[in-house]
Write a protein that binds this ligand. Structure first.
Ligand SMILES: [Zn+2]
Length: 192
């Protein structure tokens, strides 16, 4: 199989992009005009679909992405990004946008570990981590229900000791094919 040389392609394209001033249409500031932050999944189907389906353009919102579109830990990087958005960039609404057919739903962690071993990770590494308190299998585990996972993320955000009370936290599920949004939690109502 031929290796794809993305780097060369990107650098070549980029030179043209900058020379032709194609960036001009994207000019905006770092403060989101619509005062919102979105946390969503890294799924490739959502790269352009999600902002289009939500009518988000450059400059409108902060967007945080990870596998599953989840806030796992109250003091992890996703929550930190949300808090920085709020305190440094005047954000007052959080949109947690999960999606149907998410790869983190029922992820086969056994199989991921098998692939790690096949790609040269030593089994003793997995065991050493386990003995020092990191269960790789559990750590990799996403969730078994998209809606429950969404509600869990919302709960971590809403119950965060550093979250100002007036911030609305909404929960939605997007269809990765049609872009249709299903409202799970209306953060305005929850704040009343
Ligand atoms: Zn996903």
């Amino acid at each position: 199989m031929d290796k794809i040389n993305n780097l060369d392609t990107i650098l070549k394209f980029n030179e043209e992009f900058v020379n032709n001033k194609e960036y001009e249409i994207y000019n905006t500031t770092k403060h989101p005009d619509r005062k919102m932050v979105i946390i969503s999944c890294m799924d490739t189907r959502l790269t352009e679909l999600l902002p289009q389906a939500m009518s988000i353009k450059n400059g409108d919102a902060k967007i945080i992405k990870n596998a599953g579109g989840v806030v796992v830990h109250p003091f992890g990087s996703a929550m930190r990004s949300i808090l920085v958005s709020i305190y440094e960039f005047d954000v007052n609404e959080v949109y947690v946008v999960a999606h149907d057919e998410c790869g983190m739903c029922n992820l086969n962690t056994e199989s991921v570990i098998d692939k790690m071993l096949k790609k040269g990770i030593d089994e003793t590494t997995i065991n050493t981590l386990y003995n020092s308190g990191i269960n790789v299998k559990e750590w990799l585990h996403g969730f078994s229900s998209i809606e429950e996972s969404l509600k869990k993320s919302i709960s971590i955000i809403k119950n965060h000791p550093l979250l100002p009370k007036n911030v609305a936290v909404h929960g939605l599920i997007i269809n990765p094919k049609t872009g249709k949004l299903t409202l799970i939690e209306n953060g305005y109502q929850a704040n009343q």
